[in-house]
Design a protein around this ligand. Structure first.
Ligand SMILES: [Zn+2]
Ligand SMILES: [Zn+2]
Length: 715
């Protein structure tokens, strides 16, 4: 059933009016700090393919949540921008043979049109683009501050090299246990190179401890804990070689030692500290530590990987008895190790902010003074990676040769650029302060607006972007530059959308762009069709049948709201609906909220009920709701109306609120019918908790009060 209004015309008209009247923006000077709600979606990198429907699913959820918060009385700050610097953009530029700067301008413009057309209430007045000098000036300023604090340093180290991207990569930018490049899937190799690192390992314990108090999905916390990978063990010396082990009890069964490739001890032997036996030292790819500290024990009898290695190299397997716990505790010295390595940020590429350091023969590495920032990325025609381990900037002689800020003598600029994850590690600090050109962020503004109230992220960012942003914020906090340590106290992870049961890809021919839908059925139908298809945190399958169902709902809504007035609605039914829609939005169950709106429609007829319905509809279908509000003769805009209220006493006897806990910690509440049987209550709670990423758990129910999930894991 086609909707009985001109979708394109209606949607375009209201979007222009919102933009003209600044419905999406908020005066950050005028608002009270306690009323500001910083509603943040991860900004996109402007890929050549444009926005896809997966983006729309994620952004529509963020937008519904923000619009709801605005109607509920918050001053919602919902900015958007572009993560436009970096290897993604540059690789595409290389593929199509276009300079990244002109390519970025084009893809960014297209993304902006698409982001506007989905009808989200972005505050475009505070848009940022990480490739603009007015942004990356401050990326460089942060690096200078970290350099001065000793947190940015240069060192030779074995690094991961992508032979296709022709650059080094951070450990986090590899996949399949560090075997392939996450961007191009080429097998990576190791090289020894002098590179720039950020000292994130200094913060490993704080990054771990801070996780405990964050309102994040349990799964996201677990992934970050695993990534940091703290392990307690002992350091044991074999002659001059120190090894780290978490199993000192297996010491009697050691039959070999393993060191990283290239280690000077490889091929030698060392006598065993207890038995005095001569123990061979082997090179092994799996020893990934930095030079000199990376030796590990080989205990084939008690470790599967060691057993395979021993069999491959014909090393004997010892069945010596394990040490008693008391004896194992006294071996060597206690030590703590982390899987996390320092963050390698230099790239031998073109499309990024030049690292703001000059190299002087007399003074060494010297930071570029603050008043000389930004170090502009020089315009060069030849932006291709050289493959020599030197960035293309090396060839820009006029730019490279400069004078030392310290002694005035001849010096050379650093020719590497910083990685794109540095750009995105602080962008949330910039949004509220975009009008200030003389500071990265304004202290008062920052104290007022930050930290971020709600951050909607993607699962792919838990180990990288979220971790880096936490580290940079902690470091800036320690330098007295921001008044908090955790930028994202509350994160929720959006699910992935597939189309007709399959991941969208060119080879399958099932890629649909948001434009295809917005041109035909409109943005409202696309937003609601996507959100109705799957729980936002889980994701799921999106079909055209869902869109058709939404179109029928819209047509019926139109007929009901613009039709003749009917009798007063049943007060209890209205209260139930308002309560149910509100509660569903609060827990991001947008599919449930839309279903309740569909049910509610049969109750709507009186003028009062029509006004309630349209306001409840507004976050989901912002254009249609605005048009219907207008047709009801109500003043512009529906989006600045108060959220519908109901008399809570009406529902008092019907429902009971149950606290949901995970391992004894409160994770939320659910509201259930007072007489709901135990299995139903547990099922509702479990769905709620699964959205938080907790699985494999046992449940304890205290009737009418608490559901506690016991995971039995250490986190
Ligand atoms: Zn690559
Ligand atoms: Zn000098």
């Amino acid at each position: 059933m086609p909707v009985p209004y001109d979708v394109r015309q209606v949607e375009e008209r209201w979007r222009q009016r919102w933009e003209a009247e600044g419905v999406g923006s908020v005066d950050l000077d005028a608002v009270d700090p306690s009323d500001v709600f910083y509603n943040l979606a991860e900004f996109p990198y402007p890929s050549a393919e444009g926005l896809h429907v997966g983006h729309v699913f994620r952004y529509a959820g963020v937008d519904v949540y923000g619009r709801y918060q605005r109607m509920a009385g918050k001053h919602v700050f919902q900015p958007i921008g572009f993560d436009a610097f970096g290897i993604h953009t540059e690789n595409y530029a290389l593929k199509v043979g276009e300079h990244p700067s002109s390519l970025t301008a084009r893809t960014t413009a297209r993304f902006r049109r698409q982001l506007e057309r989905i009808g989200a209430a972005w505050d475009w007045s505070r848009m940022i683009d990480t490739s603009h000098p007015e942004y990356y000036r401050w990326t460089q300023w942060i690096l200078v501050r970290l350099f001065e604090a000793g947190l940015l340093y240069r060192a030779e180290a074995p690094v991961i090299w992508c032979p296709s991207c022709l650059t080094v990569l951070a450990q986090e930018q590899t996949e399949r246990d560090g075997a392939v490049c996450e961007r191009c899937e080429s097998a990576v190799t190791q090289r020894a190179m002098t590179q720039w690192f950020l000292r994130i390992t200094d913060y490993a314990d704080r990054l771990l401890a801070g996780l405990d108090d964050l309102d994040w999905p349990e799964r996201a916390k677990r992934l970050q804990r695993q990534w940091i990978g703290r392990s307690e063990g002992r350091e044991i010396t074999f002659g001059d070689l120190t090894v780290f082990t978490t199993r000192p009890d297996t010491l009697p069964a050691v039959t070999f030692l393993a060191v990283p490739p290239g280690h000077p001890a490889a091929g030698d032997t060392r006598p065993h500290p207890i038995t005095g036996a001569s123990i061979p030292v082997y090179e092994a790819d799996y020893v990934v530590e930095a030079y000199g500290t990376g030796a590990v024990m080989g205990v084939p009898a008690h470790d599967e990987r060691d057993r395979r290695f021993a069999e491959e190299h014909a090393i004997p397997i010892s069945d010596a008895d394990l040490l008693e716990p008391s004896a194992a505790a006294s071996v060597g010295a206690p030590a703590t190790r982390y899987r996390l390595r320092d963050w390698l940020i230099s790239r031998q590429r073109y499309w990024g902010p030049p690292i703001p350091i000059v190299h002087c023969r007399d003074c060494g590495a010297v930071a570029v003074p603050e008043d000389e920032l930004p170090v502009l990325l020089p315009e060069v025609d030849e932006f291709r990676p050289t493959g020599t381990g030197q960035s293309p900037l090396t060839a820009a002689h006029g730019w490279v040769n400069t004078s030392c800020p310290q002694c005035g003598g001849p010096a050379r600029r650093d020719t590497d650029v910083s990685d794109t994850f540095v750009d995105s590690a602080w962008y949330f600090l910039r949004y509220p302060s975009t009008e200030y050109n003389d500071r990265a962020w304004d202290p008062d503004r920052t104290a007022k607006v930050l930290p971020v109230d709600f951050y909607a992220g993607g699962p792919e960012h838990v180990q990288r972007h979220h971790l880096y942003a936490r580290f940079v914020t902690m470091a800036l906090h320690d330098l007295g530059l921001v008044p908090f340590e955790e930028p994202f106290p509350r994160i929720r992870i959006g699910g992935m959308i597939v189309k007709d049961g399959a991941k969208m890809s060119k080879s399958r021919g099932n890629v649909v762009t948001p434009d295809d839908y917005i041109d035909t059925v409109g943005s409202d139908a696309l937003r609601c069709g996507l959100l109705f298809s799957a729980p936002w945190e889980q994701g799921g399958d999106f079909t055209d049948a869902a869109i058709a169902g939404i179109e029928r709902f819209f047509a019926k809504s139109w007929k009901t709201i613009t039709g003749p007035d009917g009798d007063p609605a049943d007060e209890l039914a209205m209260a139930r609906s308002i309560h149910a829609v509100t509660e569903a939005i609060e827990r991001l169950a947008f599919n449930v909220a839309i279903a309740r709106l569909m049910e509610l429609l049969s109750e709507v007829g009186s003028p009062a009920s029509k006004r309630i319905f349209v306001r409840l509809l507004a976050p989901f279908a912002p254009h249609l709701a605005e048009e219907l509000w207008h047709r009801l003769g109500e003043p512009f805009s529906v989006h600045t109306q108060p959220w519908p209220q109901y008399d809570g006493r009406l529902l008092e006897d019907e429902e009971v609120e149950i606290v949901v806990q995970v391992d004894g910690k409160v994770r939320g509440t659910i509201t259930v019918p007072r007489d709901a049987p135990e299995p139903d209550v547990c099922e509702i709670a479990r769905r709620d908790v699964e959205a938080l990423g907790t699985d494999d758990s046992r449940v304890v129910y205290v009737p009418g009060r608490v559901v506690n999930f016991v995971t039995g894991s250490d986190g």
